[in-house]
Ligand binder design. Structure first.
Ligand SMILES: [Zn+2]
Length: 264
């Protein structure tokens, strides 16, 4: 079952980790000119956005928790207007739920929501590995291997934030190798959702993916065993889904009043 199609050329552009919050750019020169105030304001918004994203991914914010403009403005020492803009952006990115007249809340995805997004990832990523299996260039294999090494270093160094970013980044990097910007944008949205769901319900296990499984996947992608590689990515995503769903089901359980107050 040797592949005959030539693989598309490796894209040389810097890999866009668009779903990862970037560090803020502070205004270095004194803000003397008109317009620089707006730049400084944008810097504040980036900082607040990055901090809330980091807290979400670290599992510090619980499902359903309200995020009040006034409290956040006090915590960050900024205006409520700046906070409002950041909350609107996080809502648009699907990282917060915005409810009219009630405010912003940390999402509380149902078990069904979680199952749906992992089903989408399994379907799409099975197609991605089938497309790439046996067709990776030496340069692509080197990039993937380098990425897995960075994941392992972050994992063993207990660098939680870097581990989360790199684990999702591995799946995005694979997707990028298919060479479709539309596909990459779609998969990045799915990854951002599963990262959030994982952080909300299973924060103790601090990353979605074990780097060892990514290393095995890179090895499998260098063979022509397409079905075995599909089975591998499916099992990898199944495993993460099972852990998150178990925790989410526990969170959904309504305590039994009889068990609490009844005579045993
Ligand atoms: Zn993974």
């Amino acid at each position: 079952m040797a592949p005959s199609r030539p693989f598309p050329p490796v894209r040389q552009s810097a890999f866009p980790y668009a779903h990862v919050a970037r560090p803020s750019h502070e205004c270095r020169a004194p803000c003397k000119e008109a317009g620089l105030d707006a730049l400084a304001e944008a810097g504040v918004e980036e900082r607040v956005h990055a901090a809330i994203c980091a807290a979400l991914l670290a599992g510090k914010l619980r499902p359903g928790m309200p995020l009040r403009e006034r409290n956040l403005a006090e915590a960050f020492g900024c205006t409520r207007g700046a906070v409002r803009k950041v909350l609107a952006r996080l809502g648009a990115e699907g990282k917060l739920d915005l409810e009219p007249n009630r405010g912003a809340f940390v999402p509380r995805p149902s078990v069904e929501d979680i199952r749906q997004v992992y089903s989408a990832r399994r379907a799409v990523e099975a197609g991605i590995v089938a497309t790439l299996c046996g067709r990776l260039s030496d340069e692509q294999v080197a990039r993937l291997t380098q990425h897995v090494e960075a994941e392992e270093a972050a994992f063993h160094g207990q660098q939680r934030e870097a581990s989360v970013r790199l684990a999702g980044g591995f799946h995005a990097l694979l997707t990028d190798m298919v060479g479709s910007a539309d596909l990459l944008a779609f998969v990045q949205r799915l990854i951002a959702k599963t990262e959030l769901y994982k952080a909300l319900y299973d924060p103790a296990e601090f990353i979605e993916c074990a780097p060892t499984e990514h290393r095995e996947l890179v090895a499998a992608l260098q063979t022509d065993r397409i079905q075995a590689t599909i089975d591998m990515i499916t099992a990898h995503l199944d495993d993460i889904e099972r852990r998150v769903v178990e925790q989410a089901m526990r969170a959904e359980e309504v305590p039994d009043v009889k068990a609490i107050f009844g005579q045993g």
